[in-house]
Design a protein around this ligand. Structure first.
Ligand code: SF4
Length: 368
């Protein structure tokens, strides 16, 4: 069964009406459950549950310490190409943007890898746009093999692949993949994906399944919060993660919470998620899915990331650059994929984690 069956099951569910009916007693009951179900999760996502944020935060903290200890795993993104044939209205790499396009050679990737490795970082996530004629499988396999020389864990955030291709990447050392559905709302999906292979909602929706079947140890998903009604998006994101957890019991399922910042780029999202709602989403996810990794990137500013550290998050990106060749080269007017607001170095992020009594984890995996 594809996750699309679940999307169909809830697609016409009247979430607003459900939220109107949620009472404080419902929220207390859902919070007290040992195994909250989808409707408990939706209850905790309701506007009324914002009034129970302290209790939700306490439970999220307790579950996170129970399942992950006081640790935050760190990783760093490495953009190796910004060529893209897709037309995602919200992205700086959109094929229509007249930006400087660049693909790193293997030599250039190695220079970047050496610079990153000097920071002590052992988990790298490499990214491309979607342009298989420019970044074909041979290039991805070479890049992965090369990065494996420098890092314990190599992850990908690239265009969706067939199962066999994921398996080939797994066999040269890639252990994790990230793929955001961006939005689960098919109408909005169609409106913001205007060209290229990414227009195919189903091909993308089934990407995490194919990656798990291809052997990936960690599959990380998410919705870009702001494209469609955020509480619904969060609900479908949680359902998607739950579906994958139940189906691929050997795969760790993780969730990212990317959201638009008010000041970001030229695209104006229909919704903005404020800090309080963001925390509500994160804690509701933790309570619904206690084993899921939760990733918060440097889209979020340093102060906010420090504040939310004990409330459910398990992974932080650190020292990030979202430009191609961004770790060793002087900025050359490139357009980043999105704006970074936590510009601290790897060491500074690690120190901020330590200060709160948590352990920054540079390496929690090796397959050698
Ligand atoms: S979000 Fe990804 S696929 Fe879409 S334009 Fe940007 S790089 Fe390309």
């Amino acid at each position: 069964m594809s996750f699309y069956k679940v999307v169909e099951q809830y697609r016409d569910f009247d979430v607003s009406n459900f939220f109107d009916q949620v009472s404080d007693e419902d929220i207390v009951r859902s919070l007290a459950k040992e195994k909250p179900g989808p409707m408990d999760f939706l209850t905790l996502l309701s506007p009324r549950a914002a009034g129970h944020l302290e209790a939700m935060a306490r439970k999220a903290h307790q579950l996170t310490v129970q399942y992950f200890g006081r640790t935050i795993q760190m990783f760093i993104p490495l953009y190796i190409s910004n060529h893209c044939t897709n037309g995602c209205a919200y992205c700086g790499f959109n094929h229509k943007n007249p930006i400087l396009r660049r693909k790193l050679s293997l030599e250039e990737i190695e220079i970047e890898a050496r610079a990153i490795a000097k920071t002590g970082m052992q988990h790298v996530l490499f990214l491309t746009g979607e342009a298989p004629h420019i970044t074909p499988m041979t290039y991805l396999l070479d890049a992965a093999q090369l990065l494996k020389k420098y890092f314990a864990s190599v992850a990908i955030e690239i265009y969706p692949l067939e199962v066999d291709a994921y398996r080939q990447l797994y066999e040269v050392g890639v252990d994790s993949m990230t793929m955001f559905q961006e939005t689960y709302d098919e109408g909005v999906y169609k409106r913001v994906h205007l060209a290229g292979k990414k227009m195919d909602y189903h091909w993308r929706l089934n990407g995490p399944d194919r990656a798990a079947r291809g052997g990936m140890r960690v599959v990380n998903l998410g919705a870009l919060l702001g494209l469609s009604e955020p509480r619904r998006e969060m609900f479908f994101t949680g359902l998607h993660a739950c579906y994958l957890e139940n189906k691929y019991i050997d795969t760790e399922i993780a969730i990212s919470l990317p959201r638009f910042n008010a000041a970001e780029g030229d695209f104006h999202p229909d919704y903005l998620v404020n800090d309080k709602t963001f925390v509500q989403f994160m804690t509701a996810l933790r309570i619904f899915l206690p084993r899921a990794g939760l990733t918060v990137s440097t889209r979020e500013n340093a102060k906010f990331r420090d504040r939310i550290l004990p409330l459910g998050v398990t992974r932080y990106s650190a020292g990030s650059s979202t430009g191609v060749g961004g770790y060793t080269e002087v900025p050359d007017g490139q357009t980043p994929q999105f704006e970074i607001t936590d510009a601290r170095s790897v060491a500074q992020v690690a120190n901020a984690i330590l200060v709160q009594g948590y352990q920054p984890i540079y390496k929690d995996w090796d397959c050698i």
